[in-house]
Design a protein around this ligand. Structure first.
Ligand code: CA
Ligand code: CA
Length: 296
């Protein structure tokens, strides 16, 4: 298993990003990840203004996968996520949806799978990846943005056991990831989760001739999830829902009317985050309900 070390980070997804490792389709890789502050928030109560926020959301990579060519799909199986024993957060006015007085940098411990929050509140961890993506075909997308290439998705379901499908836009795909969270709620409403250093183990496979997968697309053990990003939440939720609408027509042989009605009954349209430059929405639909054929 190849390891991509945590020093090998970048802050933008682009075709010109120099590969930090090379591998083949079907291999397993370990990505070491710094936290989203590059470890700068290292003391409870520290002064936020002392942090260099140009070093925000480091993504470890990119990994060049020899067999990946534009038009392919990269299937990333998240096998394991290990997180550190302590993480960081910061609440401040104007960051996220709340009015908060002052600026509050915090660190919280994780013990036996629980976050030790204030006032004796203990929260079970649900480790996830915030930033994961491939290079776009052109241009440069900061690692603070989500988009069709993935990036700063901040989707709670990006846990161990989930499979993520990403587009291959450039030779090698150029897969990178970072911004691990011990726990995050839908919306990520105060602009941060419990931000963690850690390691992610993934298996990366190149799929040829799969034009039917509406990337970035997730499968969990129980659900299919289509995703979309847009600066407008109104646009974003329609995009995510319509991706699933097409998916069900294609994979379950439903008419447009049947797929629409079924989604209105059993699909959950959710907000993944409202705090990144483009907002994130997803349509979540139970696997197997419509007899769909996907995992060929
Ligand atoms: Ca994030
Ligand atoms: Ca984060």
């Amino acid at each position: 298993m190849q390891t991509i070390q945590k020093e090998r980070v970048h802050f933008a997804f682009c075709p010109e990003q120099p590969p930090q490792a090379r591998g083949r389709s079907g291999e397993i890789f370990l990505f070491e990840c710094q936290d989203c502050y590059c470890g700068q928030l290292n003391e409870d109560g520290m002064d936020f203004s002392q942090m260099d926020m140009s070093r925000n959301n480091p993504a470890t990579g990119p990994l060049y996968i020899e067999d990946a060519m534009p038009g392919d799909i990269l299937r990333v199986e998240i096998l394991d996520i290990k997180i550190a024993a302590e993480g960081a957060m910061c609440a401040r006015d104007g960051a996220g949806v709340y009015q908060i007085e002052g600026c509050h940098c915090r660190r919280f411990s994780v013990e036996q799978g629980e976050i030790l929050f204030d006032k004796g509140i203990r929260l079970p961890v649900r480790p996830m990846i915030g930033v994961i993506g491939t290079a776009p075909a052109q241009g440069s997308v900061p690692s603070t943005w989500p988009g069709e290439h993935g990036g700063n998705l901040d989707i709670r379901e990006l846990n161990a056991g989930t499979t993520l499908y990403l587009p291959v836009n450039v030779p090698g795909a150029l897969l990178s990831m970072g911004d691990l969270h011990a726990l995050q709620g839908d919306g990520e409403t105060a602009i941060c989760a419990l931000e963690m250093e850690g390691q992610v183990t993934v298996k990366a496979d190149v799929l040829k001739g799969r034009k039917d997968i509406p990337t970035p697309f997730l499968t969990t053990k129980t659900h299919y999830i289509t995703t979309a990003a847009d600066p407008s939440l109104d646009v974003c939720n329609v995009k995510a829902a319509r991706k699933m609408h097409r998916f069900l027509q294609e994979h379950a042989g439903l008419t447009d009317a049947q797929a629409g009605l079924l989604l209105s009954l059993a699909g959950d349209l959710r907000v993944s985050q409202v705090v990144n430059p483009a907002k994130g929405c997803m349509m979540v639909f139970p696997r197997g309900l419509a007899g769909e054929q996907f995992d060929r």
